[in-house]
Write a protein that binds this ligand. Sequence first.
Ligand code: FPP
Length: 249
Amino acid sequence: MTAQLLTTLSSETNLAKLPNHVAVIMDGNGRWAKQRGLPRIEGHRRGANTLKEMLRYCKDLGIKTLTAYAFSTENWGRPTGEVNFLMGLFERLLQKELKEMEAEEVCINFIGDLSPLPVSLQQEMRHSMERTQDNQGVFFNVAINYGSRHEMIGACQAIAEKVQKGELTASEIDESTISQHLYTSASPDPDLLIRTSGEMRLSNFLLWQLAYTEIYVTDTLWPDFNLEQFDRAIESFQQRDRRFGKVKQ
Ligand code: FPP
């Protein structure tokens, strides 16, 4: 699979300028299904395959971290049947894919407030995190019941408690203090954010972490987002002039 799809990225220069961390907002599953007269859940099922392909490709290319937005704090407002399907899908996928993730050296980590999720899903999540925690092949963050504002409130509360206990002074709080109190403390900030289905929004995803991330939006709906299109997103990233707010020398 990899060899034939590495066509456009095969030169050494291109492979040398890869993003270290890619984040994805997997949008358009429902529209993909509707266009085909299928139930929305079919879009999610297909979307999960896209994510799996993308994760393997990241590992093969040497992109160290992939972070995917699977379920937001706002997604609870969807019809109950769809929410239940998604929870069941996450659980089934974890059961089915754990062996392969172990073999592929994937280290899976869930980010978000996991406490309102079904207990059996929480157990499956904990189990998969424990079993893959020492893997170094590719770091796979899955955002479930994730909301960036909620994450930042949690960080502020934890930091305020430390100040109250005298473990930290207010003036000692800096960018790294905030970063260390986010769910993503173990990952560097994303270099590239890909959003499918043409929406130009961040949708409460990694607001702090995306401060200097390059954004790539494509009209393609997530289940149709394939590896050639991923190559195009990477190529677009490679042409960007990242100045991080500074002037080019
Ligand atoms: C957004 O499309 C997609 C979701 C809310 C669900 C994404 C979940 C998966 C792809 C499954 C991934 C599985 C794991 C284990 C991480 P949408 O439904 O908002 O599409 P629409 O905008 O066309 O309605």
